[in-house]
Design a protein around this ligand. Structure first.
Ligand SMILES: C[S@@+](CC[C@H](N)C(=O)[O-])C[C@H]1O[C@@H](n2cnc3c(N)ncnc32)[C@H](O)[C@@H]1O
Length: 244
């Protein structure tokens, strides 16, 4: 084993030991609950645009994008555009002609204006409409038709029904070895009082959709190593790797 492999191997061992530490899991859960009250995930920006993600998940996405080097990243759920700018900036650093396709049912004018004015917009295309509508999916197919190495990130409506439909519609785009990342699976694990005015909650969220999807689809598996090393993630069981 060379020194680089040795380093990676040691990390694998410590990560799997860490994942079994129930006292650490308890502290993490408590930290999660307490910080969520302050809308922790809204507090960060990527190159000037708000990105509604935890820094840990942003790092995990960076690792995935570097490893996969996709030539198209499809993201549902744009909000302020920070996640699109993030993906585009990594594709820019990697080089090549990789593009990002963002889909949102409601691209607010001030967000559109800021995204379009951004230096990374040269790698971004926006579609306004529901991610599960026939019209939007048809447009995505046209854009994706010549792309062989696609990564998908689902972060729009977090209801079971919507995410399951997104998984059915968008998983076929994902290349073998690439990922379909499903955000906000943590809703299943958090106390209901954190989402009092939402139309999703325990039993009706991205994690329940992932479970149903995986029962029928053996082409994907949960990459547990990612959540095990992050500990703090909004996507437990949401990093789905296409294996065949
Ligand atoms: C959590 S935010 C996305 C955050 C963004 N990915 C980021 O990391 O900064 C969810 C977004 O999903 C959008 N959305 C809700 N329902 C949708 C649907 N049916 N199709 C597409 N987008 C939808 C909302 O308008 C909102 O902007």
């Amino acid at each position: 084993m060379n020194p680089i492999e040795e380093f990676d191997q040691k990390n694998k061992t410590t990560i799997s030991e860490m994942a079994k530490d129930s006292s650490l899991a308890e502290v993490t859960k408590e930290w999660f609950y307490k910080s969520s009250k302050y809308e922790y995930s809204y507090h960060f920006k990527w190159m000037g645009r708000p990105i509604i993600q935890f820094p840990q998940d942003i790092i995990a996405l960076q690792e995935i994008i570097w490893e996969v080097k996709p030539n198209l990243i499809i993201e549902t759920g744009i909000a302020h555009g920070g996640s699109l700018i993030f993906s585009a900036s990594l594709l820019e650093l990697i080089g090549g002609d990789g593009k990002v396709l963002g889909i949102d049912i409601d691209i607010r004018p001030h967000n559109r204006e800021a995204i379009e004015a951004h230096q990374m917009f040269k790698r971004i295309e926006l579609i306004e409409g529901s991610s599960i509508s026939d019209e939007v999916v048809e447009k995505v197919k046209q854009i994706a038709k010549d792309k062989k190495n696609i990564l998908v990130i689902l972060d729009s409506d977090h209801t079971h029904e919507h995410v399951l439909r997104e998984l059915e519609l968008y998983s076929p785009f994902v290349a073998v070895g690439s990922y379909c990342v499903v955000f906000d699976t943590d809703i299943e694990d958090l106390p209901e009082d954190l989402f009092p005015d939402r139309h999703w909650g325990k039993g009706n969220n991205p994690k329940t959709a992932v479970r149903e999807f995986l029962r029928e689809n053996d082409g994907f598996e949960i990459d547990k190593m990612i959540q095990d090393k992050l500990l703090i993630t909004v996507a437990p069981d949401g990093y789905l790797k296409r294996i065949k």
